[in-house]
Design a protein around this ligand. Structure first.
Ligand SMILES: Cc1ncc(COP(=O)(O)O)c(C=O)c1O
Length: 355
């Protein structure tokens, strides 16, 4: 399928500095419609609002999925590349399957990303800032029957975002969520669907009101084992191993978590995927067996956790500052993002320049 381009007649100029997160978008977006059992009309058009019928299914039953990924500018030659775009495309199609939505051909997906980013290439800021990429699919069929939609729109919007570390490294303070759960076995935890995030808003807001940055989710069955965070995965650094929960069907299979596991193994560490029991984690923080805790995700890359609140008490991790393994990982990964590291060239998807 050919992707057509309608250029924005009045493109804005890219903003200078202070990008924030998710509030600035480039002059173009990609659109693709699903109708009569097939994808139709892949096109790049000027960025702008949609018209949706008030009875469109997405507005009532939340049949929606999305991805979050980044493109970076190479510090040496100015070229632009996506980080592990193949993994995000794969995860998007896994989410499609769970949410009863039609999958997008990975080749078309990749071409759409390349063409859109190339067209708005000037908007890719200098590293460690990045271009955030938000592929999304919504169900648009009109009708209130609770059934999978017969019509969908797939779209991609992109925009510059600032570095999470712009104000320096400040270790996270996390509250273990002991009442609410994010996902249960057999649920939608492994899919990147809006409802998972809507259900998390209240517990995250309560934790933030109490002075914490975010929450740690426990398993739904026993509320004993650490699963992940609001929008990041989490790992626990011991003297002889680094533990993160296996992803399974209740946890989002983070691209950053996967990269962290591979980099740690490259560095000779023992990366173990098993369920960390929260009571042990806290006891080990006090005994000193637990050295560091790190959070990882596309937005924050790798960031230290300095404190965990559990059963009414705050527990400091190590000395509450960034530990050496977290720092080494953060620097290695941000180096790969910036194109200044030679590690894992297969993670770099260079955006071809057409004109
Ligand atoms: C619930 C959840 N877990 C983990 C992650 C980390 O995933 P990734 O590293 O692919 O950004 C995210 C971010 O997308 C998330 O929303």
């Amino acid at each position: 399928m050919n992707i057509t381009i309608t250029r924005n007649p009045n493109p804005a100029t890219p903003p200078a500095g202070d990008y924030g997160f998710g509030s600035k978008f480039t002059p173009h977006m990609f659109l693709l419609d699903w109708k009569d059992g097939q994808w139709r009309d892949p096109r790049i058009v000027p960025y702008g609002p949609f018209t949706l019928d008030p009875a469109a299914k997405v507005l009532h039953y939340g049949q929606e999925i999305f991805e979050g990924m980044k493109a970076y500018r190479n510090g040496a030659d100015g070229s632009v590349h996506m980080f592990r775009a193949d993994r995000n495309i794969r995860r998007f199609n896994i989410s499609c399957e769970r949410m009863c939505m039609p999958q997008v051909d990975p080749d078309l997906f990749m071409r759409a990303l390349n063409m859109l980013i190339d067209l708005d290439r000037d908007w890719v800021p200098e590293s460690p800032n990045a271009l955030y990429i938000r592929p999304t699919m919504i169900s648009t069929q009109v009708g209130l029957g609770v059934k999978a939609s017969t019509e969908y729109v797939f779209f991609i919007i992109i925009g510059p975002v600032g570095s999470y570390f712009a104000g320096g490294i400040s270790p996270l303070k996390l509250k273990v969520e002991e009442k609410y759960v994010r996902s249960a076995p057999g649920g939608t935890g492994y899919a990147k669907t809006g409802g998972n995030y809507a259900a998390a808003l209240l517990p995250i807001q309560l934790a933030q009101k109490a002075g914490y940055d975010n929450i740690i989710w426990l398993d739904a069955r026993e509320k004993k084992y650490v699963e992940e965070m609001g929008a990041m995965n989490i790992a626990f650094v011991y003297e002889d191993r680094i533990i993160s929960a296996p992803t399974g069907d209740t946890i989002l299979d983070g691209v950053t978590r996967d990269s962290v596991g591979i980099l740690l193994k490259d560095m000779g560490y023992n990366w173990v995927e098993e369920h960390p029991a929260i009571a042990e984690v806290i006891a080990d923080a006090h005994s000193g067996k637990l050295k560091e805790v790190l959070a990882c995700g596309t937005a924050a890359v790798v960031t230290p956790v300095g404190l965990i609140h559990f059963q009414g008490q705050d527990h400091t991790i190590g000395d509450g500052k960034e530990g050496p393994i977290t720092e080494k990982l953060r620097k290695t990964l941000t180096g790969i993002h910036a194109g200044t590291s030679e590690h894992h060239p297969e993670w770099i998807f260079k955006v071809p320049q057409v004109d």
